[in-house]
Design a protein around this ligand. Structure first.
Ligand code: GDP
Ligand code: IMO
Ligand code: MG
Length: 429
């Protein structure tokens, strides 16, 4: 089976965009199956930098991009992102982008509710991207979402808006936030309809045909396993399943067609937003990682929290995410550090455990148990072969493989597309 799924193995921003862009040269179709424009994927190709949130990273390679039904789609944002890419010389049309006709839409009331709720939470806020992701998924599960196909049926749309507004305006009023008027929403959606409907189709059928034609499909995950709504550090998570298994439900394919699952992990750890982070560093090393790794959120510009590589957490992500092989990114950011630490488990009270428990109180109480390793002095930035890596870097990678119980199959050594070391071709299965 020559398909590959790429998922984050930490708390996001591991470099999925770069890896998907690199792998896309070997694929025919690139599919987003969950999340929305809360994602921020950065691709560096020569002197061009592309920042994608909603569009599958494969469009930059000229491959067919598919937005699956598991995504929540903000139509205004989609058109903005397409316009931005046009300025960079890339054309996104119904020729190279297909969107599931049953994808639920994010409307302006979703970010409004997202932000109003975060404000009301005060110190307990989740630190969401404020883009309405949570409220949009809630509406989908509550069976009141407006879906792309509804834009073709003004009467259905009008009726569904009544139900949606009854719910949202009640909540917004209760939170002291401005409410929404139906007519303005309806008018805008009907104005957007002719721009969006040409992209809509039953993507499951296209993916089925692609399978029968022997085409290679790349599934592009957003967020990461520790942000998964079931398996992550709940409630400090996003509102979708980010594990590879969701590529099936979120695209409309069978689970046996997902193929090889690549988990992406940074050589250290970062997190944006609130929530437990056992290996977080509040010292000079943490500051250095943030500065060298340019750790600022792609979507919100917030500084990312930084810490040591948490092998216990990545091991857990490998197991629940279904990861076959790992990609280790940003090894270059560790260049010159004298000593490196790897977290192998957690001390919680008087116990030492190898996994993060479900209890948020225990996650917050978890003290990392570290193993120390020697760093390397040489630069690994831009290395394109294993032979170029210092012996200590190779030892660090080998130890990570042992601890997380998965092989490292690719290495990324700079933001640039081609600064990638291949140890094993994921499309070879
Ligand atoms: P994603 O959300 O997983 O796609 O990751 P982001 O694009 O949000 O964040 C990863 C950042 O690291 C981006 O700015 C990339 O350009 C950059 N990056 C990716 N791989 C490497 C690498 O190997 N080394 C360095 N220094 N930067 C990298
Ligand atoms: P990529 O695909 C890092 C985080 C937010 C917040 C939590 C919930 O670029 O790796 P949401 O807006 O989804 O309800 O926010 O999830 N978050 C991400 N953190 N990378 C992302 O995407 C993220 N998408 C959401 O910061 O803590
Ligand atoms: Mg990102």
């Amino acid at each position: 089976m020559a398909n590959v799924a790429v998922i984050g193995a930490q708390w996001g921003d591991e470099g999925k965009g770069k890896v998907v862009d690199w792998l896309a040269s070997r694929a025919d179709v690139v599919v987003r199956f969950q999340g929305g424009h809360n994602a921020g994927h950065t691709l560096v190709v020569g002197n061009q930098t592309y920042k994608l949130s909603l569009l599958p990273s494969g469009v930059v390679r000229g491959k067919l991009g598919v937005i699956g039904n598991g995504v929540v789609l903000d139509p205004e944002h989609l058109l903005l992102e397409i316009a931005k890419l046009k300025e960079q010389g890339l054309s996104v049309t119904p020729e190279n982008l297909r969107i599931a006709e049953n994808v639920p839409l994010i409307l302006p009331l979703h970010p409004a509710l997202d932000k109003a709720r975060e404000a009301a939470r005060g110190a307990n806020k989740i630190g969401t991207t404020g883009r309405g992701i949570g409220p949009a998924y809630e509406d989908k599960v509550a069976r009141r979402a407006i879906r792309l196909s509804d834009l073709a049926e003004p009467e259905v749309l009008s009726r569904k808006l009544d139900e949606l507004l009854l719910h949202h305006n009640t909540l917004l009023k209760g939170l002291g936030a401005p409410t929404f008027e139906k007519q303005a929403l309806l008018d805008r959606l009907l104005e957007l309809a002719p721009k969006l409907l040409p992209f809509a189709e039953a993507v499951w059928e296209r993916l089925d045909a692609a399978h029968h034609e022997g085409k290679r499909v790349l599934f592009e995950g957003a967020q990461a396993v520790m942000l998964d709504v079931d398996h992550g550090t709940y409630p400090y998570v996003t509102s979708s399943n980010t594990v590879a298994g969701n590529a099936a439900a979120g695209a409309g394919i069978g689970p046996n067609r997902i193929g090889y699952v690549l988990g992406i992990a940074k050589a250290y750890t970062t997190r944006v937003g609130s929530g437990p982070f056992p290996t977080e560093l509040h010292d000079e090393t943490g500051r250095l990682l943030g500065e060298r790794g340019r750790e600022f959120g792609t979507v919100t510009g917030r500084p990312r929290r930084c810490g040591w590589f948490d092998a216990a957490m990545v091991r857990q992500a490998v197991k629940v995410g279904g990861v076959d092989g790992l990609v280790l990114t940003k090894l270059d950011v560790l260049d010159g550090l004298e000593t490196l630490k790897l977290c192998t488990g957690y001390r919680i009270g008087s116990e030492v455990v190898k996994r993060l428990p479900a209890s948020i109180a225990q996650q917050e109480a978890a003290e990392p148990v570290y193993e120390e390793m020697a760093g390397w002095k040489e630069s690994t930035k831009g290395a394109r072969s294993y032979a170029e890596l210092p012996a200590e870097a190779v030892k660090y990678i080998r130890r990570i493989e042992e601890l997380v119980e998965a092989p490292v199959v690719l290495l990324s050594t700079s933001p640039e597309r081609d600064d990638t070391i291949v140890l094993r071709d994921p499309f070879a299965g």
